[in-house]
Design a protein around this ligand. Structure first.
Ligand SMILES: Cc1cc2nc3c(=O)[nH]c(=O)nc-3n(C[C@H](O)[C@H](O)[C@H](O)COP(=O)(O)OP(=O)(O)OC[C@H]3O[C@@H](n4cnc5c(N)ncnc54)[C@H](O)[C@@H]3O)c2cc1C
Length: 559
């Protein structure tokens, strides 16, 4: 199959029109001279993590708290491994971006005094089913933004060490895109689908994280030699069993306690009630034969039950439907909970691009924001907005007096030939699904997945590393009969690159700093000498590790 080559030019290319990407684009558009392209593999109206909506703003500075408190909280939750400078820059702007979202139509619940209704210390309640269409409308209304929906970006166009644009393809039409730009902002979210998921077969995409965020931004950065940080801080969510719907709505929303099969509250037996402890305690109770574990909802009033139905319809409708289908709502049965497979996601944990405070990566001209950017966990929706805004302001400054740089026709041809190589009308020995399932099995069994209670050791990680290398070789021989299959091939290749880097990070953090997220059976305790960032750069086929010192709140870090 031959691809038609289409060449575009813009001032700033935003890759991924999700939470951070849309907010970045709207910020960029305020400078009238900026021409912006937003390229998204889906349609920005309902793409990424916000596709189904959210029912709370989880990062907000409520009355009585300060941005400094927020930094302290995130630091405690991450056992010290955060970029305080990044988290602080987010914390200072959380409330501004929330106001901006309210001004474009987001419904934030208010009490009789007109104050936002809080959910815990750092969260406020919203009616957020339509949060993504609201954002997308804002983007689509700007004259200087051109949105390319259904365009999957695969790699940066590099000139020496600088990014000068990106390659992509349409996922339905036979079009190969060359998009030149003076700066690029990567906002492709985190990586799901690396590990064997909770649900098999047809339901495999019923997972916590967006199944379409397959680590493309990480993989592009890895292949281009960008420095990455903290991949070994995986994120595992504690979710409602089977539907994989969030539990915060019940745990924080109505204060339901975690109980085991004997209805005993168990989290207190495992330490301070941090996010990780709630997960680890559940895994341990199950391991000891004291599961299933639940959120205790039996006995709540019919009014509260009704509220829960509505809250889940705003965000994870499957949970409401399950209760209705069962014929028993949460007032009559406790809500069973389980841990998901591990994800790599910089918005909950700290994995991603190593950036400075302007969100510039180590590659000149390339910025990263949202779940793809590392160092600042617990950023959630509003933190992604703030990062999008910061990256947009920095990119606007960066492109002043800059020209577009072009690459030679030979380089363009060779990328087109590479893509067309997958689009041959011939059977490959293995299917895309075979490779995906093999990767997930390897990661599950040898790199600390659900079946191993998230625990790994050095020997297992070395086995995983060898098998992922084999799968990378096999993946280059996959064949696609159309553009959608080409997309799927890229999704699996990108995830294999993320796995490759992740395994090296897990090997190099020779301690157990975070239960479940990074539990190394060979090094069961924390090592205070490892109060450092594990960073890596991919070069000549090898992942090279560098340790970096912690950055404090008021320090100025420069690449
Ligand atoms: C189920 C769930 C519930 C959540 N609930 C809450 C909540 O209640 N409150 C809260 O504050 N936070 C919540 N969060 C967290 C929050 O939603 C995320 O942290 C945030 O939305 C991530 O934003 P992002 O811009 O990094 O990624 P996304 O918004 O996911 O955007 C990534 C975009 O990149 C596109 N993309 C990916 N790869 C490519 C490619 N190769 N080429 C082109 N485009 C690409 C995707 O299509 C997508 O549009 C939740 C997250 C999840 C998954």
């Amino acid at each position: 199959m031959k691809l038609e080559t289409r060449i575009l030019e813009t001032d700033i290319l935003v890759i991924g029109g999700g939470t951070a990407g849309c907010y970045a684009a709207v910020t960029l558009s305020k400078e009238e001279k900026n021409n912006i392209i937003v390229a998204d593999k889906a349609n920005i109206k309902r793409s990424g993590c916000l596709a189904a909506g959210v029912n709370a703003i989880n990062a907000y500075i409520n009355k009585g708290y300060t941005p400094e408190d927020f930094v302290d909280y995130v630091k405690k939750e991450a056992s010290g491994i955060i970029r305080e400078d990044l988290v602080y820059s987010i914390a200072k702007n959380l409330n501004n971006v929330t106001k901006n979202m309210e001004s474009i139509g987001l419904t934030i619940l208010k009490d009789s005094q007109g104050e936002y209704v809080t959910r815990g210390k750092r969260s406020i309640k919203i009616n957020g089913e339509n949060i993504k269409p609201l954002l997308a409308n804002e983007v689509n209304s700007k004259k200087n933004i051109n949105v390319l929906n259904k365009v999957n970006i695969v790699d940066y166009i590099m000139q020496e060490d600088t990014v000068v644009g990106a390659y992509g393809f349409h996922i339905e039409e036979n079009i190969f895109y060359i998009i030149y730009s003076k700066a690029v902002i990567c906002t492709t979210g985190g990586a799901s689908g690396l590990y064997k998921p909770n649900n098999p077969g047809f339901s495999k995409h019923k997972m916590w994280y967006s199944p379409f965020n397959t680590g493309a931004g990480y993989a592009m950065g890895i292949r281009a030699g960008a420095e990455m940080t903290s991949f070994e801080m995986r994120f595992i969510a504690l979710r409602c069993k089977d539907t994989i719907a969030p539990t915060g709505t019940v745990a924080q929303g109505i204060g339901a306690k975690q109980v085991n099969a004997n209805e005993n509250e168990y989290v207190k037996n495992y330490g301070k009630p941090l996010t990780i402890t709630r997960l680890y305690a559940t895994v341990e109770e199950n391991r000891k034969g004291q599961g299933p574990c639940y959120l205790k909802t039996k006995g709540i009033s019919k009014e509260v039950e009704e509220e829960l139905y509505k809250a889940y319809l705003n965000m994870a409708p499957a949970q409401t439907l399950k209760w209705i289908e069962d014929g028993y709502g949460p007032s009559m049965q406790n809500l069973e909970i389980e841990g998901t497979e591990p994800y790599i996601v910089g918005g909950h944990a700290a994995s991603g691009y190593w950036v400075d405070v302007t969100r510039s990566t180590t590659i000149p001209g390339l910025y990263a924001a949202g779940d793809v950017a590392g160092g600042s966990p617990k950023k959630y929706v509003t933190g992604c907005f703030v990062e999008g805004e910061i990256a947009a302001d920095a990119a606007t400054e960066f492109i002043k007096n800059k020209k577009i740089n072009y690459i030679g026709q030979e380089e363009i041809n060779s990328k087109a030939i590479y893509l067309e190589g997958f689009l041959k009308d011939e059977e490959s020995l293995f299917s895309i699904n075979n490779v995906e399932e093999a990767m997930q099995k390897v990661m599950d069994e040898y790199a600390g997945g659900i079946s191993k209670n998230y625990v790994f050791n050095t020997t297992r990680l070395h086995i995983a590393s060898g098998k992922i290398e084999e799968l990378l070789v096999i993946s280059s021989k996959l064949r696609a009969k159309d553009m959608r299959e080409l997309l799927q091939i890229y999704e699996v290749i990108d995830r294999l690159y993320v796995c490759k880097v992740l395994i090296v990070h897990l090997l190099f953090r020779k301690e157990t700093r975070w239960k479940c997220y990074g539990e190394n059976a060979d090094y069961k305790e924390k090592d205070e000498n490892l109060l450092k960032y594990v960073n890596s750069i991919y070069k000549d086929g090898k992942v090279q590790v560098v340790f970096r010192n912690l950055v404090k709140r008021d320090e100025v870090y420069e690449h």
